[in-house]
Structures are given as structure tokens and as C-alpha cells.
Design a protein. Sequence first.
Length: 263
Amino acid sequence: MWWDILKMPRGFPTPGSDFKTKEAYYRGSREQRMSYHTKMKNAAEKNLKILRRRMTGQTGIGGVTDADPVVDEDPINQEIDRLQELFRFHKRQYYRLSSNSSRQDFFTLEEETNRRIHIPQTTRTGSRIVHKEISQEEYDELSGGDKMKYHKRLSRKYENEGNKKLAFFHEAMYARLNYASNLPTFSKYREGYKAFGKEYTKEEYLQMSNDDKRKYHVMMYKRAERKGDRDLAKWYQRMADRLKYGSKLPTYYSPEHEAEESS
């Protein structure tokens, strides 16, 4: 049954007449290459939609399903994966060309050497992935950027569910990554973890580099935000901005420190 689907006529014939060889592709103008990737992207997307409709029809589910088939060796899964990769590839190349990116564009997926790997956002059948916590081993394999996305998604998920404890934990892990903290990050909640790290004295602050001072003010800004003290949060944000944008205005450890120096 699945093999018959794989051999079915494509809903939109994949165009190949524009560039039959990579030599012809690289000789083409930017506009011609953009047109080529648009056509190829649309072809992959249309065939993918047809395959997904057939697939969900075979499983007796209307629309899309939240559960992926678990057998990756199944030919239908492999075909869906192939079409998804082609769709994403041609979309990337079109974006690079249309935005005048400095990153090179390519004729085929096999040639591409500068791709960034991202966590998939949808299942094979096209439904939104319900994000769940993963093991520490899986987490450690992620890039820093994908770890941040992981924590941000789970922070929003738990916030929407009203679980403040877990939402706060994932937001804290996100903040550690975002501000290059030396503190470790974890895939799941751990009892006894320190959300904010050490406390700093005014004397320690005065010995910091400008970058460390900026990180300190960002950390304190987030603390004030979580406590609901908006005036204090704005004060720390102002100090952080002065350091971020190289202002000639001085920065201070705390509002009290500013008051002392101003008196």
C-alpha cells in the first residue's frame, strides 16, 4: 500500500528544465536562481501535502495527526522526510538570494555545506510538535541556540498551563544561556538549583569589566521584573543600556549607590 503511494503520480511535476546541471545553475542570474528555488520549493510542498493527505487517510484520521509513525525505515516516512528536506533546502536558498545574504546558495541539497541545524517544529504529518522535556543526554547534544529555543518553548508551555515553578525554571535556564553565564544548565527541573547565581557586593561590582557589569544589570533587571518592581527594573535596564551602547554616562551598582555618588 505504501509503495503504491510512493509510485503515485506527483500532484505537481518537479520542474527541471531551467537548470539541468549545476554548471548552468551557477551561470544563472540571481533572479533566475530565485525563480528556480521557488518552483522547486512549491513542487516539494505540493507533493508533501498529497502524501500527508494519503497518509492520514490511510490511518483513518481526518486532517493531520499528532502522532508520528515510529518506524523510520518505513518507505512512506522516508519519502516524507526527503520531501521535507527538499522543501526546507529550496526555501533556504531562496531566502539567501532574496535577502542578498552573504551565505552561498547551492544547486542541490547534497552540495550544501553551510546549513544551520534546527529542532523540527512539526511532525511528519505536518502538525505542531507538542514539546516535552528531554533527557540530559539528548539536551547535551543540542547547540546553544537550540537549548535556548528549548527552554523558551517550555517556559511558555508551563506558563500557559499555570505551572509557575517549571516556567520559572526554564526561564532561568534560558537566561543563563542568553547571557553566557558560567552556571550549568539542565534539561529538567532540579531541586536546589540556584536561579540567579551569586550575590555581588558594590566592591566586586566596581572591579568588573564593562561587559560583566552589563550582565550584572541584566540579571538584576530580571530579578526586579519577577518581583513586580517595575521602577527598579527600569533603573537596571537603564544601566545595562548605557553599557551596551557605550554611553559616556556613569553606571552604578544600585540606586542607593547612585544616590550616594550624586549627593
